[in-house]
Design a protein around this ligand. Structure first.
Ligand code: CMC
Length: 426
């Protein structure tokens, strides 16, 4: 086993070096504090490996993303979202018989408990669907307490989340809830629950169904990002699956993470409505004191391109063409991208469009409202969160997550007596 040597205050410490299956190198510092009294300092965890994982591989320099070894481009082209769910959770693509059984279980568990429908009544119509989704997913643990059958709870969660998501949309538009149908696939069922009304069925077109599968597959996992690490963090305390995933949903909501897709479309709309040029927005994003960032640009890991964005840009063109639609926001997005990609500020910092830049254009074409975009991201990420939670629970190296800190506050001081305080003010 190779080692790394750390020289600290004149003393040398040998630390083991771990090598990943794709050759990444990590210095194992678990013994560092015990040996030297020192900790590592890494705000934002940009250089910290929190676990060993066999689920997803990313090479940010080369723009590579693989689930369980399969390139994202192949999965996007050849698989359905349900197959990818199976792959992430079970580690291999399903055989035809495994797929039929998995699909049947997802269909069987898609209803939510009737009592849970009452929860929706308590939310104001303006409630953000992410607030409803996270609350409802946490509430599932009240109906399905840790029974020890985590496989069944995984199926329940995967299946019921899409019902909850569609119901949250129906609530926001004041329409009656539409129940899932057993003759429809996972994605068809979601669109049916979103857009059918009691008086009229909704038939999802093959182009829209394919686009939905593609979007969900591209979002399905992304190794140790903010929401996934949150799921592992919460789960490491022994919290149940539903509670852990609900925490991940909350982490995803932020505009720097999954919330960006909603903000991208709002930004593109703002550009068009303001009458300002896309270049003016690019200039504003470069001013640090403006508090404005180009939404859908930049990534902690990808430094050349985000392979998901490449696939989605092409898909946006194709889907709009096949639906016979034109979206002026796509023209604005392309113009904005071209300006940013030739601007020295963005070139120097290696800032490229990320998955959120073009996904909103597709969601819009499918009729999904803007405030549901992050919910769509959450539905896609669900199998990844579940797979990561399952891996964490089954890993005998898992300990409760508990980072250290460098204390930067006051050194010891004592509360003054009233007399002392008065004496100080004289
Ligand atoms: N617009 C303008 N400047 C930017 C942007 C942007 N979108 N992104 C990064 N920068 C600048 C940043 O100010 C910093 O500049 P400097 O070196 O002068 O201080 C430099 O580029 C490096 O950025 P960072 O913020 O240190 O990078 P990070 O790894 O901490 O953050 C990020 C990554 C994605 C949060 C960030 O790029 C960002 O805020 N992007 C916009 C929001 C967004 O699109 N989020 C979706 C991410 S992809 C979906 C997902 O998986 O969540």
């Amino acid at each position: 086993m190779s080692t790394a040597t750390l020289l600290l205050k004149g003393r040398e410490y040998e630390l083991p070096v771990i090598e990943g299956s794709e050759g990444e190198t990590a210095i194992d510092i678990t013994s560092l504090r015990a040996k030297s009294g020192a900790i590592t300092f890494d705000p934002g965890y940009a250089n910290t490996g929190s676990c060993a994982s066999a689920i997803t591989f990313i090479d940010g320099e080369k723009g590579i993303l693989r689930y369980r070894g399969y390139p994202i481009e192949e999965l996007a082209r050849q698989c359905t979202f349900v197959e990818v769910c199976y792959l992430l959770i079970h580690g291999h693509l399903p055989s035809p018989a495994e797929l039929i059984a998995f699909d049947a279980k997802l269909t069987r568990h898609s209803l939510i408990h009737e009592d849970m429908k009452k929860f929706f009544e308590g939310f104001p119509p303006s409630a953000h669907p992410m607030a409803i989704l996270s609350a409802m997913v946490a509430s599932l643990s009240a109906y399905y307490p840790n029974s020890g059958d985590s496989e069944l709870n995984i199926i329940r969660l995967l299946s019921k989340a899409k019902t909850i998501a569609a119901f949250s949309y129906k609530k926001s538009v004041g329409q009656p809830f539409i129940y899932p149908r057993n003759d429809l696939t996972y994605t068809q069922n979601f669109m049916h629950m979103m857009f059918a009304v009691p008086a009229e069925d909704y038939v999802v077109s093959p182009a829209v169904d394919r686009a939905l599968n593609l979007l969900l597959i591209l979002h399905a996992d992304h190794e140790q990002n903010c929401s996934t690490s949150t799921v592992r963090m919460v789960g490491s305390s022994g919290a149940n699956l539903f509670a852990s995933i609900s925490a991940g949903i909350c982490a995803l909501w932020g505009p720097l993470h999954g919330g960006a897709n909603q903000h991208v479309i709002e930004m593109l709309q703002q550009i068009r409505e303001s009458g300002q040029s896309p270049r003016a927005f690019v200039e504003r994003a470069k001013q640090k004191d403006s508090g404005f960032k180009l939404m859908g640009f930049g990534h902690r890991v990808y430094k050349n391109f985000d392979p998901r964005a490449t696939i989605l840009k092409k898909a946006a063109d194709e889907v709009l063409a096949s639906l016979g639609m034109r979206d002026p926001l796509l023209d604005t997005a392309i113009e904005l991208e071209q300006i940013a990609l030739t601007d020295p500020y963005f070139i120097e910092r290696k800032l490229y469009p990320n998955v959120d830049f073009y996904s909103g254009i597709l969601y819009r074409a499918m009729g999904i409202p803007t405030n549901m975009f992050t919910v769509m991201f959450a539905l896609g990420r669900l199998p990844g969160w579940i797979a990561q939670w399952k891996e964490m629970v089954g890993d005998d190296k898992t300990r409760i997550n508990r980072p250290r800190q460098v204390y930067a506050g006051n050194t010891v001081r004592n509360i003054e007596t009233l007399e002392e305080a008065l004496a100080m003010t004289v």
